[in-house]
Design a protein around this ligand. Sequence first.
Ligand code: ARG
Length: 589
Amino acid sequence: MKDFLLELMGVVSEAFKKAGYDENLGKVTVSNRPDLCEYQCNGAMAGAKIYKKAPIAIANEVAEFLKESDAFSSVDVCPPGFINLNVSDKFLCDFVLKMSETEKYGVELAAAKKRYIIDYGGPNVAKPLHVGHLRSAVIGESIKRIIRYMGHEAIGDIHLGDWGLQMGLVIAAFKEENPDLVYFDDAFTGDYPTEAPFTVSDLEEIYPKASARSKEDAAFKDEAMACTKKLQDGVRGYRALWKHIINVSVTDLKRNYDNLNVEFDLWKGESDVHDVIPDMVQYMKDTGLAYISDGALVVDVKEETDTKEIPPCMILKSDGASLYNTTDLATIRERVREYNPDGIIYLTDKRQELYFEQVFRCARKTGLIKDDVKLVHIGFGTVNGKDGKPFKTRDGGVMRLEYLIKDINDKMYEKILTGREMDEEEAKKVSEIVALSAIKYGDLSNQASKDYIFDTERFMSFEGDTGPYLLYTVVRIKSILKKYKENGGNVDECSISESVSNASQKNLLMKISGYNEMMRGAYEDLAPHRICAYLYDLANAFNSFYHETKILSEEDENLKKNYIAILKLTLGICEDCMDCLGFEAPERM
Ligand code: ARG
């Protein structure tokens, strides 16, 4: 379906044409003076220059034709030549009726289906998820869902940090404590145990200690590097131990991402491209663009138009070791080979902006990726505490994501349990659903690139611009529809009719009519926060309507059916929006 604004524009353009002017002057926007009108057209002012005529004269001529159309309930011309418009109930209701009859409420599915890979999550194995991992997961998941909603294909890849020195550090530290295990016995030729010799908590203890120690203890660092090399060279025992690290870690990661309702299609990692790196390095050399500088292999990526210094992209270190860049470039190459995507979208902290700029330029320059394949880096801001500094635990440590979620679940449970008739089991389920909306909406409602303050109390509130408020609104609609059914009504028989009882109903219908336009914008800009802003507006419009209108007690059956149809449509839109954001509403709360 066409956007509502475009529909209005069609009518106004037609009037310009009939009056003898260029139809392109008929652009319509939402009024910036809502006290005067709902929509406006400023085309007469632009026309004045072209036709050398007073804008007010043009506006008046056009207005005559507009008054003939049934799209507007009022058409007013204001000096110097504004055309102020109020849309007619009929035009608005017809549009909303059509929306209610299409599958995605007027959102048109892509004619040319595209395929995107979304690289998000990006955790490092053997390290617990912390609050810094929240945004990549939550925003990436939403972007994946938005893309799918628009009819495209989206493949989510977690891109694990599962290779390199971080693995060597864990292995070295573990080896020191357990030197006699078969993994370190070069003469061993049998099968390695299927059971891991450590738990995830062991790993979480080993890694940070090893990492800290490597910064002070040079011998230990050398040992870690030697272990890394053995692992990468494919020494059997080291590979077997590494597989255990991955398995133990991934099981735990899956549980954590499950709790966030975040789901990946691919669990690939940096290690997956290890074997193809030599070939890619050779390719880089063959392009003639990679050259040795201070011993390292690099590709220049600066461009004439740069206003800041963009250093060369390093492909190999001077000792021949590969880097984060190398794995990312090789991953691009593999993704092109395997999936031939139309775009790859990366979600990381915005501090990696320059890094991705270098990698993207290098990939394009060397022809790893064709010009028409989009490479997008969405760099997000920091999650801060109330003091405006990066979110920490009370004693100043790094906040584990798991604890953060648990804390909010617990607080929400208390809140839900007090003052409600709900057994503990239901309260637990409901509080998890509501808590997730609090966390996700609290994050997603901010423009990704901005830092934001993680304000638990505010995020959890049932009032204001929060997830729980939206859920509350949805639950309210569900409960009205349920009562309607219990009273013998059939929701499916209700459809939008041409009647508007009050201003709040009109306002709600106007908000609804903006849905497809908003959704397309959210997709084009990969911006979940747009959906959040829309949902909040829609919820407010619904709640005013609800407070000003008797719905179930309405005696006029036709009016009541119209209201029920509006409720059903509002609910459907809210649910689709929430699904794109990655959370849902309970049946009651
Ligand atoms: N593991 C990385 C980190 O912790 C993030 C990975 C992001 N994705 C990528 N393709 N580089 O910084």
